[in-house]
Design a protein around this ligand. Structure first.
Ligand code: G3I
Length: 323
């Protein structure tokens, strides 16, 4: 049977992390089925920027070297995200000018280091609430800017100056199911276009579940494409244990629902205009290692490969939906 990356006319990505690369089956599964990787953690600000004068490159370099050796594209995630501001930076007390000077230096340093090696970046991640308002309480930087969107626009410019060939994305979750958030993103895209700000794509993380409404997902994807930008499904996983029960054991019917949902998402994405397709990236490789277990509840099986790295019904459904 053909594998995902051979069947798709766009990137098929997986979020990976260096701590798992020595596990038998992990890198083999990535190189066989995927054409692209995203760093699950190692390219975030708190993983790299350990103090105002120190950059820690080992993790990011290891992933980039792995990608180059295995002919994989790298999607950079993520330059500016309030949740990954390191403590020393978050609590710096910098005013807006000092804050931005530091962010500009960080973007220039990181994007510059991987110029020509990382094809795309999530410049900004999760700056809106689901109703479309700007995150104010959990993002201290907003309180210091009179126009936060202008600040983020400058971040896109800093990234573009550091690597003019990189595709620059805005990334968020629930984009296709939260109209308020999606409209705020569309308005920001329109403003950036009017102002000549270099933005090339938008991503919905697609952390969804087996009981999401399929037409809502498809319609929301098409609405994202109405911006004319590249569309990235950037962190795909499909929750089965929707009631978060500790003693959850999935049924065959739920396994089929998950497979059908993966097929639907692949079909919906494959139906987008050719020039707007970028990639579908899974947020992990195997059910054995998913961010959902622990943070979500003890039992979750959201990905394409099972705990023994065997392709699941979800893999078959997803493969059948790719063009
Ligand atoms: O902090 C340790 C570090 O000291 C150690 O050297 C390293 C070795 O692996 O691990 C670090 O641990 C954790 C890291 O994941 C690597 O596993 C971090 O503490 C932990 O915060 C980090 O969690 C990640 C989280 O983002 C925060 O960055 C999750 O793996 C990752 O799945 C999650 O992904 C986010 C996306 O970036 C944005 N969208 C939501 C998604 C899920 O929350």
């Amino acid at each position: 049977t053909s594998v995902l990356k051979e069947k798709a006319s766009f990137g098929i990505g997986a979020a990976i992390k260096t701590s798992l690369m020595s596990e038998n089956g992990y890198t083999q599964t990535v190189t066989k089925h995927f054409s692209q990787i995203t760093a699950e953690w190692e390219m975030k600000m708190d993983a790299i920027w350990t103090s105002s004068t120190n950059y820690q490159w080992a993790g990011a370099d290891k992933l980039v070297d792995f990608a180059i050796q295995n002919d994989l594209d790298v999607h950079g995630h993520t330059l500016v995200w309030y949740k990954s501001f390191p403590g020393w930076f978050k609590n710096s007390g910098y005013d807006s000018t000092a804050f931005e000077d530091h962010v500009k230096a960080y973007i220039n340093t990181v994007v510059g280091r991987y110029k020509g090696k990382i094809i795309s970046w999530d410049v900004a991640n999760e700056i809106f609430n689901d109703n479309g308002s700007l995150r104010i309480t959990d993002c201290p930087v907003y309180a210091t800017f009179k126009d936060p969107i202008a600040f983020y626009g400058r971040c896109f410019q800093y990234a573009h100056e550091a690597d003019p060939d990189a595709k620059l994305f805005y990334n968020d979750y629930s984009v296709v199911i939260a109209p308020g958030k999606r409209n705020a993103i569309k308005n920001m895209v329109q403003r950036f276009k009017n102002e000549g700000i270099p933005i090339h794509g938008i991503g919905d993380q697609f952390h969804y579940r087996i009981n999401n409404d399929k037409s809502t997902l498809r319609n929301g994807l098409n609405d994202m494409a109405s911006t004319g930008l590249l569309v990235h499904i950037s962190e795909l996983d499909i929750v089965m244990n929707v009631n978060k029960s500790d003693s959850y054991v999935f049924t065959e019917a739920e396994e089929k629902k998950q497979s059908d949902m993966y097929k639907h998402i692949a079909e919906s994405y494959a139906a987008l205009p050719a020039q707007q397709k970028f990639a579908i990236s899974l947020w992990g490789v195997t059910d054995k290692h998913t961010w959902l277990t622990g943070s979500w509840h003890p039992k979750e099986y959201p990905l394409l490969f099972d705990q023994s790295y065997q392709p699941k019904e979800a893999y078959k459904g997803f493969l059948s939906g790719l063009n």
